[in-house]
Write a protein that binds this ligand. Structure first.
Ligand SMILES: Cc1ncc(COP(=O)(O)O)c(C=O)c1O
Length: 458
């Protein structure tokens, strides 16, 4: 399936080195013009020329399989022709409409609400803000504070919620935070259900959710030192933290404790949402239900910047204009998001993602079996993490190996990224429409690269 959605049906590397000559020229021009702040081309030094589906062509004529999809934005591939065609035929929309109602906007909102699980439909409203995931997180924090009159927020170790000051305040990575502190006060980080690296030193098979007991104590012990929180913000699957999928039952238990303490529950679905795991929301794989949901990345259909929050109707108590932004009316994003919703149904994306999840996990686990340094393979839907460790028993992180793998991958035509608590997890977020042939091609390169990196047992 989806064979015709791609620029090319695999990898072609024609230059002796990556980056090739033309990529080098553009990278050097970029260096002169753009701030040191840029990051991705440092890890993957190529300049893009064109892209379609899961394939990127660089300016030197090399074709790469992209297992990263613009950091989980391009769920339906680059330049998805079905979505683009539908938008271009609809000449009847205005690019920018602030927050005035338009037909596209109403249709998009209806489409999104109708795509929600049946038991949640009709219970939420939508609020738009600036076009990034971070902005949705800002909106969610404000709304929770306004509704509760409290300010403290509970977040989790290993979390990533964005780079604006509020969003970064609930993001745990110290290297992001330490040079710009102080951030917003009153944020406390609790252990996530990242069982491979359990903060409570327990074994997930026999543990008794000690991390949840710790959270409960922090919220209920009169001597915890933590003011009663406004909200608890959770990634139902941690993305940047290294693709951590909580132990079954964890999310439900956390929500139960939050509810018992009158704390608003925010699920950050910016990365794991919009069908990345096969369902509209990644929390649909559990029984947990949030009060506020943040969305961005894939929701803009073709990579159009769009973000929003879904809020329970009873929380809609903020004054008009409490969270505004000039670009909150991105009509192109809404048109693309609406068209993507139709594409998802027509193409039965949920079933396809579930099939591809098995294919990826089977192959990755086979690679792990013959590997010296892969400690764990994790994945749900089309989100995967391969964690590199120096020693399977001590689990000492091996970030150098993850970096080496990323380099060997792009040199051999596969684009992957690195994340994880210790930058030791190679992460895949392939487009949901990657064809089986291209997926197998990419996974084959990943296997070869692991061998080349000296990661084979025998
Ligand atoms: C879970 C999550 N929340 C929020 C964000 C921030 O989104 P943005 O980079 O669009 O501000 C990200 C980005 O990776 C994310 O993964």
């Amino acid at each position: 399936m989806f064979d015709e959605y791609h620029l090319f049906d695999g990898v072609k590397i024609i230059t002796k080195n990556i980056p090739g000559k033309k990529s080098k020229e553009l990278l050097s021009a970029q260096d002169k013009l753009e701030s040191r702040n840029r990051s991705y081309p440092r890890g993957i030094p190529i300049a893009y020329e064109s892209a379609k589906g899961a394939i990127i062509k660089d300016v030197d004529g090399n074709f790469f399989v992209d297992f990263f999809s613009g950091c989980g934005v391009l769920n339906f591939g680059y330049n998805n022709q079905d979505i683009l065609k539908e938008i271009s035929e609809s000449t009847n929309f205005i690019m920018h409409a602030l927050d005035f109602p338009t037909k596209i906007k109403i249709d998009f909102m209806r489409g999104l609400i109708e795509s929600m699980p049946e038991n949640l439909r009709g219970k939420y409203k939508i609020s738009f803000g600036g076009p990034t995931g971070s902005d949705a997180v800002e909106a969610a924090i404000k709304l929770a504070r306004i509704n509760t009159g409290r300010h403290t927020i509970i977040s989790f170790q290993g979390s990533y919620h964005g780079m604006t000051m509020g969003a970064m305040s609930v993001t745990s990575k110290l290297s992001h935070r330490e040079k710009v502190n102080p951030l917003i006060p009153g944020v406390h980080f609790m252990p996530y259900s990242s069982c491979y690296r359990c903060a409570m030193s327990r074994n997930p098979k026999s543990c008794n959710f000690e991390c949840v007991s710790y959270l409960k104590n922090a919220l209920e012990n009169p001597h915890s030192g933590i003011d009663k929180p406004a909200a608890i913000i959770i990634e139902p699957i941690q993305g940047e933290g290294g693709t951590y999928i909580p132990k079954k039952g964890w999310l439900e238990k956390v929500v139960e404790i939050a509810r018992a303490n009158g704390i608003i529950v925010i699920f950050d679905e910016v990365q794991a949402g919009f069908y990345r795991t096969g369902k509209l929301f990644s929390f649909e794989h559990t029984k947990a239900i949030p009060d506020i949901i943040t969305m961005s990345k894939g929701v803009g259909g073709i990579g159009t910047p769009l973000s929003l929050i879904l809020l329970r109707k009873e929380l809609d108590k903020w004054e008009p204009g409490t969270h505004i932004g000039t670009f909150r009316g991105n009509q192109l994003g809404m048109a693309a998001g609406l068209s993507a919703l139709k594409f998802i149904k027509k193409m039965k994306i949920e079933a396809y993602v579930s099939k591809m999840e098995k294919l990826f996990l089977n192959k990755l686990r086979a690679i792990q079996k013959s590997s010296k340094f892969i400690g764990e393979v994790r994945g749900r839907g089309m989100m995967f993490g391969v964690e590199y460790v120096k020693n399977a028993t001590t689990k000492e992180p091996f970030p150098e190996m993850a970096k080496k793998i990323r380099k060997l991958c792009y040199e051999n035509g596969l684009l992957v990224e690195i994340g994880g608590y210790y930058n030791n997890v190679v992460r895949f977020l392939p487009p949901l429409i990657i064809s089986e042939k291209i997926a197998l091609n990419g996974l084959g390169i990943f296997k070869t690269v692991n061998d080349l990196a000296g990661n084979r047992k025998h």
